[in-house]
Design a protein around this ligand. Structure first.
Ligand code: SAH
Length: 215
């Protein structure tokens, strides 16, 4: 299988074809080798239009969802970005290409360790990973210019809004355990907070103090 061709086709049909137009996001999706973020046995499916299992009952998001959420963050290159839910590390890699510094939190240690290895192997050294409950954010490194949550939240975690810099935005799925709406929270330069809704989606649960209870 030629992964470069598969990736190009994925970007054309699933990303550009569905209306993602931020050139920097498109280039990042063309650049980052998604097949390295899934188990070898699954690599041939890694450019398909679907989420895939990554172990520990978690998933790597559908490529389109990664592109859309990233576009909603409106990154220009100088930002400090916080991600909750490192998972495979794929979304973190896309952010690492598009921003100055990425802080990402994962609650399941083996996933965080695997993500670290893949990111290192790609030379993406501007990513800090922490094993913790990300619903409380990363106060020691706040404020962040952009925050992305890649697991479904029951409500907008207040700590994350607090850790957002003026002019920044927070993108996350909010809703029930089975279906959510993608939401963008903007904090104006005057500190005023506004909320916009995007498309419906379905993510694994955000588990933690300001998320769902663990099973
Ligand atoms: N962004 C990931 C997709 C992750 S799936 C990728 O690109 O592959 C969601 C991840 O969120 C899972 O790995 C899950 O363990 C993690 N997660 C759930 N609740 C969390 C929390 N409170 N803090 C940190 N990580 C959490």
């Amino acid at each position: 299988m030629n992964y470069d061709i598969a990736r190009k086709r994925m970007v054309e049909t699933q990303v550009v074809g569905r209306g993602v137009s931020d050139r920097r996001v498109i280039d990042a999706m063309l650049k980052v080798p998604r097949h390295l973020f899934v188990e070898e046995a699954m690599a041939s499916q890694s450019y398909n239009d679907t989420p895939l299992p990554i172990g520990e009952k978690q998933t790597i998001s559908q490529p389109y969802m990664v592109a859309l959420m990233t576009e909603l963050l409106e990154l220009k290159g100088k930002e400090r970005v916080l991600e909750i839910g490192t998972g495979s590390g794929y979304q973190a890699a896309i952010l690492a290409v598009l921003a100055d510094r990425v802080y990402t939190i994962e609650r399941i240690r083996p996933l965080a360790m695997r993500a670290r290895k893949v990111l290192d192997s790609l030379g993406l050294l501007n990513v800090n990973i922490k094993v913790d409950d990300g619903t409380c954010g990363w106060p020691e490194e706040a404020p962040f210019d952009a925050i992305i949550v890649t697991a479904g939240a029951p409500e907008i975690p207040e700590d994350l809004v607090r850790q957002l810099a003026p002019g920044g935005c927070l993108v996350l799925p909010v809703g029930s355990q089975v279906s959510q709406t993608l939401v963008r929270v903007r904090k104006g330069t005057d500190g005023a907070v506004s909320v916009e809704q995007s498309i419906g989606c379905r993510f694994v649960k955000l588990i933690g103090k300001h998320g769902w209870e663990a099973e």
